[in-house]
Design a protein around this ligand. Structure first.
Ligand SMILES: Cc1cc2nc3c(=O)[nH]c(=O)nc-3n(C[C@H](O)[C@H](O)[C@H](O)COP(=O)(O)OP(=O)(O)OC[C@H]3O[C@@H](n4cnc5c(N)ncnc54)[C@H](O)[C@@H]3O)c2cc1C
Ligand SMILES: *[C@@H]1O[C@H](CO)[C@@H](O)[C@H](O)[C@H]1NC(C)=O
Ligand SMILES: *[C@@H]1O[C@H](CO)[C@@H](O)[C@H](O)[C@H]1NC(C)=O
Ligand SMILES: *[C@@H]1O[C@H](CO)[C@@H](O)[C@H](O)[C@H]1NC(C)=O
Ligand SMILES: *[C@@H]1O[C@H](CO)[C@@H](O)[C@H](O)[C@H]1NC(C)=O
Ligand SMILES: *[C@@H]1O[C@H](CO)[C@@H](O)[C@H](O)[C@H]1NC(C)=O
Ligand SMILES: *[C@@H]1O[C@H](CO)[C@@H](O)[C@H](O)[C@H]1NC(C)=O
Ligand SMILES: *[C@@H]1O[C@H](CO)[C@@H](O)[C@H](O)[C@H]1NC(C)=O
Ligand SMILES: *[C@@H]1O[C@H](CO)[C@@H](O)[C@H](O)[C@H]1NC(C)=O
Ligand SMILES: *[C@@H]1O[C@H](CO)[C@@H](O)[C@H](O)[C@H]1NC(C)=O
Length: 571
């Protein structure tokens, strides 16, 4: 120090303190009590800029206690439509719980204590683009943890986080059909533009009224123009028209700078690439998405329920299903195939529920296409036909659902199963299903939503994992628990997919297989390749360009390796 002018020392110390402050600021988001967190007066001023649309947020169980009768009914608790009226609610209620906080902070239904857990502190119930822009700028200025939510359906808990500010886009309900839509000078023909809060069932309702159909999920309240599309978006009509991402033509999105960008093949083409499969919640706040639309058509949808006496029988049935899964390719069928087991012991019975959609196919044609599988199934000892129902209707009616049944605790894991496995070694599928059932799985949900146009669309340049293009099915295994489970049990369940079930999936897929990022395990250790395959480096570069300060971080999303599990501190 000797020889330095004392005023210079003061200046250097000030600079050092400031740089340490900057380092601290960059290291962690601000939380209540930390330097830089907005004061009450600053929150009030911000509230005024969003026209009073800032609300405080509580866990759904606490919200229920504020209702006139002091509780939610069981029907309300399990209704996605009802839960969507609660700013802090997640549909899988476990994501509201702060299991990993120290101390853990839970708010259970009918519980005697209630902590805020992983629920945001405030929400901007945005109604305009300006509200979103104000929220983004306020969050940047105060280095807040931001989360985005449209429906709260997220199965990886990515639309909630402790100490966060939620930007809630539920109110973006605009929906419009046009017969002509230009990207640059190219007329893309029939389209539908969906606000980021529009539910899948609203699309089907309006699609029917307009004589159109667009690729969408099989759910009532999933938002096609929010999480669904960014993950890739699968549909029962994907074998006919491709993935949601393949059908997206343009996005309106507010990025981290607060700018509203129009993003398409000609404008911000790099971001256009990322928004189509590069993962939900990592790029900015979507206002709306324009999708290709098609003339509607009739389809036969059917529900067939088969009983299987025990795991050995269920395994044979899974092999048989794998052998027949190409039977329906001529009509580009989509199908959900659930094995649901009643109990966990090896001799507990299962059902196989097949929900099949066949475009432009009459009921009798559909019966004929399913009969070879059905007859072969009934020839297996221990298999029984419990019910079957075929309905011919507008595809919009077939896909429409009134509400989703939610409100429970569960986690899941998944893999995309290559078509080659189904074609070349169907017995491998049955063997793996038997092991999954033996591991204690009671729900194995298969989605025949690939092949056909999904495979043909391999040439499209987007962030969609290439494993989608060679897959035949996306298979999920879920594990549930109820509120009586201990933290130790819950912790074991949360790690069960990685520890026990991934090796079983590997038998069907080979090692290092791909998975659908929207319906998967947020604890995937190599999410970069599991969810994004060879695209991760490119996605990282796009992330740095549009979100240099990592404002939009979600679990297992691009850039999340730089942050702790809550997105609160850099690691
Ligand atoms: C009953 C049910 C059925 C399903 N069916 C299908 C199906 O058929 N096909 C399919 O592909 N998937 C399906 N899914 C999975 C679904 O795609 C994901 O749950 C998806 O994350 C839902 O998106 P969301 O925006 O509605 O949910 P949210 O929980 O609101 O958000 C999900 C993710 O999107 C981000 N996000 C939300 N809003 C915005 C916004 N405005 N801008 C930018 N990012 C935003 C969030 O940060 C989060 O990361 C289903 C899920 C459920 C629960
Ligand atoms: C925001 O302002 C509105 C309208 O004045 C008010 O009702 C609401 O409570 C305020 N929000 C917060 C978090 O203070
Ligand atoms: C909570 O209480 C309601 C009635 O108020 C009851 O119907 C429900 O089963 C209870 N749920 C749990 C998880 O205890
Ligand atoms: C929704 O549509 C209305 C009427 O066309 C329009 O005024 C409004 O700006 C739209 N909102 C958004 C968020 O696009
Ligand atoms: C499941 O098993 C239990 C006990 O064996 C039985 O009471 C119940 O009816 C079964 N449920 C179904 C849907 O088969
Ligand atoms: C359904 O059939 C009509 C009439 O042949 C045809 O125009 C339309 O493209 C078909 N749609 C699908 C999804 O196959
Ligand atoms: C299926 O079984 C039924 C009844 O046993 C029989 O009439 C029919 O010919 C079989 N169809 C095929 C395609 O095997
Ligand atoms: C499963 O059920 C089949 C058909 O009834 C029977 O032959 C077999 O012995 C049973 N296996 C086990 C392990 O229970
Ligand atoms: C068959 O399904 C349709 C459509 O879901 C339903 O309206 C009808 O009641 C069902 N029929 C039977 C016999 O279950
Ligand atoms: C579609 O099905 C409805 C009955 O649900 C029928 O009235 C209509 O004529 C059918 N349309 C076509 C094109 O087959």
């Amino acid at each position: 120090m000797k020889g330095l002018d004392s005023s210079l020392v003061v200046l250097l110390c000030a600079l050092l303190a400031e740089s340490q402050d900057t380092a601290r600021k960059a290291a962690c988001r601000t939380v209540p009590g930390s330097p830089g967190y907005p004061s009450a007066a600053e929150w009030d001023a911000f509230n005024a800029t969003v026209f009073g649309r800032l609300v405080t947020v509580v866990p759904s169980a606490k919200f229920c206690t504020t209702l006139p009768g002091g509780a939610c009914t069981d029907d309300q608790w399990a209704s996605a439509l009802f839960r969507s009226t609660i700013p802090g609610a997640m549909d899988q209620v476990n994501w509201e719980q702060g299991y990993d906080l120290s101390p853990p902070s839970l708010c259970l239904r009918n519980g005697t204590t209630c902590g805020q857990g992983d629920v945001p502190l405030y929400s901007v119930e945005a109604e305009t683009v300006e509200d979103i822009q104000a929220a983004v700028k306020f969050s940047s200025a105060h280095n807040l943890r931001v989360v985005l939510k449209s429906s709260g359906h997220d199965g990886l808990g990515r639309s909630t986080a402790p100490n966060s500010l939620l930007i809630h886009t539920h109110n973006f309900q605009n929906i419009s059909f046009q017969d002509s839509f230009f990207v640059g000078s190219k007329d893309m023909g029939s389209v539908v533009t969906l606000g980021s809060g529009v539910y899948a069932h609203t699309l089907y309702e309006q699609g029917k009224a307009n004589g159109k159909i667009a690729v969408g999920g099989s759910a009532a309240t999933v938002c096609n123009a929010a999480g669904w599309i960014q993950g890739a978006g699968h549909s029962a009509i994907s074998p006919t028209f491709g993935l949601g991402a393949d059908n997206a033509l343009e996005f309106d999105i507010v990025v981290a700078s607060g700018e509203l960008l129009k993003v398409n093949a000609n404008s911000h083409a790099d971001l256009f690439y990322a928004l189509r499969g590069g993962g939900a919640g990592s790029w900015g706040v979507i206002v709306s998405v324009t999708f290709q639309a098609y003339p509607t058509f009739n389809a036969t949808s059917s529900v067939i329920i088969l009983g299987a006496e025990n795991d050995t029988v269920a395994s044979s049935l899974a092999t048989l299903h794998a052998q027949h899964i190409f039977d329906w390719d001529s009509v580009h069928a989509g199908q959900y195939f659930w094995f649901l087991k009643n109990g966990t012991s090896a001799d507990a019975p299962s059902i196989l529920l097949l929900n099949t959609y066949m475009p432009n196919t009459t009921t009798s044609q559909s019966v004929a296409l399913l009969t070879p599988f059905l007859n072969a199934s009934l020839a297996l000892p221990g298999v029984a036909l419990l019910s079957q129902n075929f309905t011919y209707s507008d595809i919009n009616d077939a896909l429409y659902q009134a509400d989703d049944s939610v409100g429970s605790n569960f986690v899941f894991g998944s893999r995309l199963i290559p078509a080659a496995t189904y074609r070349d070694s169907p017995a491998t599928i049955g063997k793996a299903y038997k092991q999954l059932l033996a591991s204690g799985a009671t729900t194995i949900l298969g989605h025949l939503v690939a092949g056909g146009k999904v495979a043909e669309n391999a040439k499209i340049s987007s962030a969609v994992h290439p494993a989608w293009r060679t897959a035949k099915a996306h298979v999920i295994v879920t594990t549930e628990w109820d509120d009586s489970a201990s933290l130790a049990e819950i912790n074991q369940i949360r790690h069960f997919f990685q520890k026990v079930q991934v090796p079983i999936f590997d038998e069907m897929t080979g090692p290092n297989a791909g998975a659908y990022s929207n319906e998967a395990d947020v604890l995937e250790p190599h999410f970069q390749t599991t969810f994004f395959g060879p695209h991760y480096a490119k996605l990282s570069a796009i992330k740095r360009k549009y979100d240099p300060e990592d404002l939009f971080i979600v679990g297992a999303g691009v850039g999340s390796e730089r942050w702790d599990e809550w997105g609160l501190c850099r690691v």
